[in-house]
Design a protein around this ligand. Structure first.
Ligand code: NAP
Ligand code: MG
Length: 403
């Protein structure tokens, strides 16, 4: 069989530890034999980030803006322990944070469902995709401890120097606490557009929820910006695609999510998204089966796995011990990116290959061949635990039958 031709390169962002090992295995076993793989390679492994003073991260984000589609391996976010382990010049920032800021992007996380791994909510038969607004609110707040006898006010210094004030609370009878936070109309608008675009891309309904009945200015602004952008820019496109934008109160949304069958995108404010994405990931069964895609308001896509570098497995691997690390989310990052590249370049062979590789992966697990993490969860009767590499080889056997 001839190798599938790619017209435009993918931006390839390599990473760290066990996921770096998996990255190479996926390419060698499942991609290079079938695709004339064109990538523009950026090494985001911590050593090279340190060597380039993190310039490589910025360059990779700029390349993503240029080409439109990237695939990223998990990377280490340095902490004190990593400073010594890698002899770092500085505690470099999270590459994901840097890339997200440069692309002004929103992260969408979706679980991959397979037979044998039942969500804790068994009626969730379709994925629930969470979109988290990753700017502002309590994550960029200012807090103070206030002593009894003090009065706290909100004060805005206007452009002409005058002040607008409002009382927060008069702490006459007790010590207490206050908190100030903000968001930006521009950031909320980018978030809204990223969500509407991704809903159209995935042909999924979009849900959004805030506490606008209590927070009549702050949360209500989120509701209003979403409503206005939807009416002016997306309503007709949603009608044509047969999908819906649905707004409700956050507590009503939580109740509906639990009663639902899944199959929609749930857009969340920053804190709601932080909390709910962990709940959804856990309820669907495994972090190793969670994919993640960063989407910019202009429609630039960066695909990755939601999990980290699986450090414990890496140290076993370094000692020469066998590992059974789940490569599915990283593999789906590649298929997501290849399919998107195929759509943009109008190379349907590439999209078809991505579909078949995903099917081969799911079929392999549903036939009972799986890595250790899934082996512990699966209710299949005949199941076999395989090592990291043998799982990918088993996927390849299935893939050959489908091609
Ligand atoms: P992690 O790498 O996601 O791993 C946490 C634990 O979850 C693992 O020890 C493993 O459990 C299990 N696990 C996660 N992915 C798995 C997989 N593919 N197959 C099998 N088991 C899997 O998170 P972490 O240990 O907190 O972080 C490690 C490094 O990753 C850190 O340096 C962090 O900065 C980085 N990180 C990067 C990203 C990113 O690039 N997007 C995201 C999160 C964390 P067992 O050990 O019990 O088998
Ligand atoms: Mg969280």
């Amino acid at each position: 069989m001839d190798k599938i031709i790619m017209k435009t390169p993918l931006v390839e962002m390599d990473g760290d530890e066990m996921t770096r090992i998996i990255w190479k295995m996926i390419k060698d076993i499942l991609l290079l034999p079938y695709i004339d793989l064109k990538t523009e390679y950026y090494d985001l492994g911590l050593e090279y980030r340190n060597e380039t003073n993190d310039q490589v991260t910025i360059d990779s984000a700029e390349a993503t803006k240029k080409y439109g589609v990237a695939v990223k391996c998990a990377t280490i976010t340095p902490n004190a322990a990593r400073m010594t382990e890698y002899n770092l010049k500085e505690m470099w920032k999270s590459p994901n944070g840097t890339i997200r800021a440069l692309l002004d992007g929103t992260v969408f996380r979706s679980p991959i469902l397979v037979k044998g791994i039942t969500p804790y909510i068994p009626t969730w038969t379709k994925p629930i995709c969470i979109a988290r607004h990753a700017y502002g609110d309590v994550y960029k707040n200012t807090e103070m401890i206030v002593e009894k006898g003090c009065k706290a006010e909100l004060c805005v210094t206007n452009a002409d120097g005058t002040e607008t004030r409002d009382i927060i609370f008069d702490f006459k009878n007790s010590d207490g606490i206050i908190q100030g936070m903000h968001n930006l109309d521009s950031s909320i608008s980018s978030f809204a557009r990223a969500c509407f675009n991704y809903a159209l891309d995935q042909k999924l309904d979009l849900w959004f929820a805030t506490k606008d009945t209590i927070s009549k200015k702050y949360d209500h602004t989120f509701k209003d910006i979403f409503a206005e952008i939807f009416e002016n820019e997306y309503k007709e496109k949603f009608d044509a695609a047969g999908i819906e934008y649905f707004y409700t109160l956050i507590d009503d949304a939580v109740a509906r999510v639990i009663r639902s069958n899944g199959g929609y995108i749930w857009a969340c404010k920053n804190y709601d998204g932080d909390v709910m994405s962990d709940m959804i990931a856990t309820a669907f069964g495994s972090l190793a089966m969670m994919t993640s895609v960063l989407v910019s308001p202009e429609g630039i896509y960066e695909y990755e796995a939601a999990h980290g570098t699986v450090q414990r497995h890496y140290y076993k691997h370094l000692k020469g011990e066998e590992t059974s690390t789940n490569s599915v989310a990283t593999l789906f990052a590649w298929t997501g990116a290849l399919r998107k590249r195929g759509e943009l370049d109008e190379t349907p062979e590439l999209c078809a290959f991505a579909d078949k590789l995903e099917k081969a992966t799911i079929d392999t697990i549903e036939s009972g061949i799986m890595t250790g993490d899934l082996y512990l969860l699966s209710t299949l009767e005949n199941k076999t635990k395989v090592n990291t590499e043998d799982f990918l080889k088993a996927v390849n056997e299935r893939l050959k039958e489908l091609l």
